[in-house]
Design a binder for this molecule. Structure first.
Ligand code: GLN
Length: 568
């Protein structure tokens, strides 16, 4: 008997779409999966999305951002890949921890089950027990979410040794439920500069490699720099065993938000529904269309500096590390009919006040989350400068902790104020390790042990926070080990800092700000609001920040006009 979910759906009527990559990574598999999920959702289907990462790490939390980009934290605290963020943003839905797995997490679960005698004495084997664990998680995710369709993105590229067990899971599921499982391959068609012609051969090879794992593509998303013509569609269809109308042209686009429309030009959602024998309602992309229109037609620009620790990878700078922050800025700006001009500035360059003067050109400064020592003096210089100059400031996590340190040093005159993360010997540890974290650090238990996921906070009346949220209580996602030291709250408050968001037990400071009477917008948050900002529901704090930047920019230009008039 198939298990039945709360909503009455059972395994028999849930459909599964696997998304795999061909030829090479980095061609938009995650955005493809997210766009398909959005299209199916707007056809009235209940959709959930799963990401499988092939590495041994149990989650993404311990990985260096240079290796893996941003760590996206789910509401229940799992540290995952940034694709989970793309799914949540495109679907406008929170996703639970069961929707993310890695080779490491699957093996760990199988080994723990074996240790607990849950295999009842039988030989536990890589095949079938690993793919069976994968399949049981996929089915459970579908059941728990009450889904009609489960999207599953398999990380990496077919042909890699690493994802072979996941392909085996697809093969096994397909052989059990042939009408309910399809595979979409996102492939890449290069146009070598020397010949200027789009080549299909790498895709043919990738499909062969997929086939050798016993999995057959039903749809090929043909990614390339330009449209794939009919001749090449025919060729791919012939050599890759797919219907010609299931070869979908997916040229590069200026904005990822256009991709759902491009897919619909090729009637992708209808084709997927046909393959899965689903009869959903007609597509309704009205809300998405409105959002995309807002991104294209705005009243003007706001120039925002994001001061961070930028990572070089060879000759390239990786911006993925702050992906959700950048997206959150955009959603709020677009909702206010503004185009954000985001400039990435490296914290290490702000060695003194003179360097900080270039911030005069910006309407606002944001310092995102971070760890460790690099760039800290520069970030503190930046915060002092924007606080004194009245430039709107938004500090996230580390960006809040550093704002508290700067205020303690320069306003409350605790000159060596610091965080225990950097200088545990400072006399004034205004940011200290959370007591429950102390033991974990001692034992080196660092994976998945920060304060993670959703926590509630109460909002103080009459503050910037209340003005933004229009609520007296909020729930936000966290990822930190350190906190504002409760011993310094009174001193900081006497010096003028306002703690406008506090945990319900009164112990943890969740938002620190300066009153509007002294600064137009100076707000730091211990949590990560960017993780819940969505295209169709921008985050209220980001929106308040962008409003402040646009006001600041307008006032600045009025002052400029006044000065010029006075001179003439
Ligand atoms: N490093 C700080 C802490 O662990 C801030 C973390 C963050 O910005 N995500 O508390």
């Amino acid at each position: 008997m198939p298990k039945t979910s709360k909503t009455g759906k059972n395994n028999k009527n849930i459909k599964y779409i696997f998304v795999v990559g061909g030829v090479m990574s980095g061609v938009g598999k995650g955005i493809t999966a997210s766009s398909i999920a959005l299209l199916l959702k707007t056809r009235g289907l209940a959709v959930t999305a799963i990401k499988i990462d092939p590495y041994i790490n149990v989650d993404a939390g311990t990985m260096n951002p240079t290796e893996h980009g941003e760590v996206f934290v789910l509401k229940d605290g799992l540290e995952t890949d940034q694709d989970m963020g793309n799914y949540e943003r495109f679907l406008g839905q929170d996703l639970p921890a069961i929707n993310y797995m890695t080779t490491g997490s699957v093996y760990l679960a199988v080994i723990e089950k074996e240790r607990n005698l849950m295999y009842q004495g039988k030989n536990v084997e890589v095949v079938p027990d690993i793919p069976l664990e994968v399949i049981s998680r996929i089915r459970l995710a579908g059941l728990e979410a009450g889904s009609d369709v489960v999207m599953i993105e398999v990380g990496g590229t077919v042909g890699e040794y690493q994802n072979i067990l996941f392909l085996e899971a697809i093969r096994m599921m397909k052989s059990e439920q042939p009408d309910d499982v399809i595979t979409v391959m996102v492939s890449y068609l290069p146009v070598p500069g020397s010949i200027g012609e789009m080549k299909t051969k790498p895709t043919q090879t990738a499909v062969r490699s997929l086939n050798s794992a016993g999995v057959f593509a039903d749809v090929i998303i043909a990614r390339s720099s330009s449209e794939v013509d009919e001749k090449r569609k025919e060729k791919i269809a012939r050599f890759c065993n797919v219907r010609k109308d299931c070869v979908i042209s997916a040229p590069d686009v200026a904005s990822i938000y256009d991709i759902p429309f491009n897919f619909e030009k090729e009637e992708l959602s209808t084709k997927l529904c046909q393959l899965l024998k689903l009869k959903p309602k007609a597509i309704d992309l009205t809300a998405w269309k409105k959002f995309v229109q807002n991104t294209k037609k705005t009243k003007g620009e706001v120039k925002i500096a994001v001061v961070g620790k930028y990572f070089n990878s060879g000759d390239f700078v990786l911006l993925d590390v702050y992906l959700s922050v950048l997206e959150a800025i955009k959603y709020s700006a677009y909702s206010l009919h503004l185009t954000p001009k985001i400039v990435y500035l490296s914290a290490v360059d702000f060695t003194d006040k003179k360097q900080c003067e270039k911030l005069k050109d910006y309407a606002g400064v944001l310092i995102p989350g971070g760890f460790g020592e690099t760039g800290i003096p520069g970030k503190l210089n930046v915060i002092k400068y924007v606080r004194e100059e009245g430039i709107p400031y938004f500090g996230i996590c580390y960006g809040m902790q550093l704002a508290v340190i700067e205020y303690a040093r320069n306003v409350a005159k605790l000159t060596d104020a610091h965080t225990a993360e950097i200088n545990p010997n400072s006399t004034h540890l205004v940011v200290d390790v959370m007591p429950e974290q102390r033991e974990l650090i001692k034992k080196n238990q660092l994976g998945g042990t920060m304060r993670l996921g959703e926590y509630r906070a109460n909002i103080k009346k009459g503050t910037q926070a209340e003005n933004a949220y229009k609520k007296d209580s909020i729930i936000e996602r966290h990822r930190h080990r350190y906190e504002v030291n409760p011993e310094y709250i009174a001193t900081l408050e006497q010096a003028g800092m306002v703690f406008s968001g506090i945990s319900p037990d009164g112990r943890l400071m969740e938002i620190a700000e300066l009153p509007k009477s002294v600064h137009p917008f100076f707000v730091g948050v211990q949590f990560h609001p960017e993780l819940i900002a969505r295209p169709l529901s921008p985050h209220p704090l980001f929106t308040a920040f962008i409003k402040a930047t646009s006001l600041y920019q307008a006032n600045k230009s009025i002052e400029k006009v006044k000065k010029t008039v006075a001179k003439t």
